[in-house]
Write a protein that binds this ligand. Structure first.
Ligand SMILES: Cc1cc2nc3c(=O)[nH]c(=O)nc-3n(C[C@H](O)[C@H](O)[C@H](O)COP(=O)(O)OP(=O)(O)OC[C@H]3O[C@@H](n4cnc5c(N)ncnc54)[C@H](O)[C@@H]3O)c2cc1C
Length: 458
């Protein structure tokens, strides 16, 4: 044992959750150390610059779904700049039959759209008068069928879930996976009435008005947000390449051991926060009993393959939209595509384009196992048909695989959340954070980190 470090708080994982948490803890003058196993900060967030293309290897866009997102950019002013998507990104496409259709944006387009049946269009008018559900464990499939109808399930919610969760509506439970939507029904009796009421409440609260639902990145890519957070936390407070990290509870706080450059390092901390995925927790917290580990071992993840496809000169269909999503019943090999350079500036050379294509998910896990040439040929077939390009000769083609991309908030979530609460009570000073609870999107991660920082700073 070569050295012992004393800290107030240790954060395990330097992804968006860990960095945001450490940033706000530092703002509260806490002595914090972040321990990260890989050789860089950011976790799944990473931006690359190559031959005039700026692309994300992980998430591309977030949504300003809560005030904490806007406030994070305010707090990082001067180090990174918020970038909202071009208004054309309001146009979102869904594949049906053999072409893209825009999701209706108003009454006239809603009446005319071929995405939903006439019966369901009329049925929506009755949504405010439909009784709320009584089963908190109802699947998303049943929830949507009950309130909106089958065609809304197939051509709105199913593709939306592919885009957000890379998941399956039969598996996800709205109470855990879409808690805001679930609460609209439970608290206001209906999505439509609830949304109207929420909009009224927002009008009277300037802080809530910061939650604009705008699509965001940072100027130059999300990597700039990570750079700014890393700078604020300070390299001296981040241990990179820290292997075999494990925590053990002590009389007063915790002992954390990790290996840096082959040498064992010991850290004593009053509090420890984990932000790593569920799959990492049994090794990080070896003192957990078998029953306490089970909910983490049981958490199902969607694996995702993301291909970045760049063209210096674009000859295909018009990409003036956010992107397109593919309903599972259309039996295509891709989940969807984001037309990133159409709505964020300077992501591709003038006249060119860069597109992120998502594949795999829980419905097509076999795609994660495909080789690069297989994915290339899959992309070629789909791009020619769906993006109307005569031949598939991209100037940039990169493939990124994520085995544990998105945790699926299914029926087992209740037990996982209960176990987290019990463990936090049993071991005061231990906090289990990250996307194993409180939501999977970047806005959820920022909100959780800020809330936790305020709790820990008390
Ligand atoms: C392909 C993809 C696309 C996505 N698209 C979107 C999107 O469009 N919009 C959106 O809002 N969200 C999106 N998300 C989700 C969003 O990116 C994540 O919720 C968020 O970035 C997760 O941040 P995190 O810090 O909680 O986890 P991570 O980014 O996973 O960070 C966890 C960190 O912990 C480290 N770690 C793990 N184990 C250990 C250990 N034993 N010791 C030390 N360190 C450890 C990891 O190396 C990592 O750096 C996407 C995710 C993926 C994978």
């Amino acid at each position: 044992m070569s050295s012992v470090i004393e800290k107030d708080i240790v954060v395990i994982g330097a992804g968006l959750t860990g960095l945001t948490l450490a940033f706000y803890l530092k703002k509260h003058n806490k002595d914090v150390l972040v321990i990260e196993k890989s050789n860089r900060t950011g976790g799944v967030i990473h931006t690359e610059n190559e031959n005039g293309f700026v692309y994300e290897t992980g998430p591309n866009t977030g949504v300003v779904g809560n005030p904490e997102v806007a406030e994070l950019f305010e707090d990082l002013e001067g180090l990174c700049t918020f970038e909202g998507a071009d208004p054309s990104a309001k146009r979102r496409l869904i594949w049906k039959g053999n072409k893209w259709h825009a999701i209706p944006s108003g009454l006239i387009s809603a009446i005319g759209t071929p995405l939903f049946t006439l019966k369901d269009k009329f049925r929506v008018l009755g949504e405010p008068f439909r009784k709320p559900g009584t089963n908190p464990e109802e699947t998303l499939t049943d929830f949507v069928k009950r309130r909106l109808g089958v065609s809304f399930l197939n051509y709105a919610v199913d593709p939306f879930i592919s885009g957000v969760y890379a998941g399956n509506t039969d598996y996800l439970i709205p109470k855990y996976a879409l808690p805001k939507l679930y609460a609209l029904e439970q608290n206001y009796g209906s999505f439509i009435r609830g949304s109207m009421q929420k909009a009224k409440e927002k009008k009277n609260d300037p802080r809530l008005q910061k939650a604009t639902k705008e699509v965001f990145s940072a100027k130059g890519g999300l990597g700039k947000l990570i750079d700014a957070l890393t700078q604020k936390v300070g390299n001296e407070n981040i241990l990179l390449n820290a292997k075999n990290t494990s925590v053990s509870p002590e009389k007063a706080g915790f002992k954390i051991t990790t290996t840096l450059n082959g040498e064992s390092v010991e850290i004593n901390a009053k509090k420890v926060v984990t932000t790593a995925g569920a799959y990492a927790l049994p090794a990080v917290l070896p003192f957990l009993e078998k029953a306490e580990k089970e909910p983490f071992e049981a958490l199902k993840y969607a694996s995702v393959v993301q291909a970045i496809v760049g063209f210096k000169s674009w000859k295909g269909m018009s990409l003036k939209a956010f992107g397109g999503l593919v309903p599972s019943r259309e039996n295509k090999k891709i989940l969807g595509a984001l037309f990133t350079s159409s709505f964020f500036v300077q992501r591709a050379p003038e006249g060119g384009t860069v597109i992120s294509v998502f594949m795999g998910g829980t419905r097509r896990p076999e795609i994660y196992e495909m080789s690069d040439p297989e994915i290339h040929s899959l992309l070629e077939t789909q791009a020619k048909e769906m993006l109307e390009i005569p031949d598939f000769k991209p100037d940039l083609l990169k493939i990124f695989r994520y085995k544990h991309a998105i945790p699926q908030y299914g029926l087992d979530s209740k037990q996982r959340f209960e176990t987290i609460n019990k463990l936090q009570e049993k071991y005061p000073g231990l906090y289990l954070a990250g996307n194993i609870r409180d939501g999977i999107g970047m806005a959820d991660r920022i909100k959780q980190a800020r809330t936790l920082a305020e709790e820990l700073a008390k």
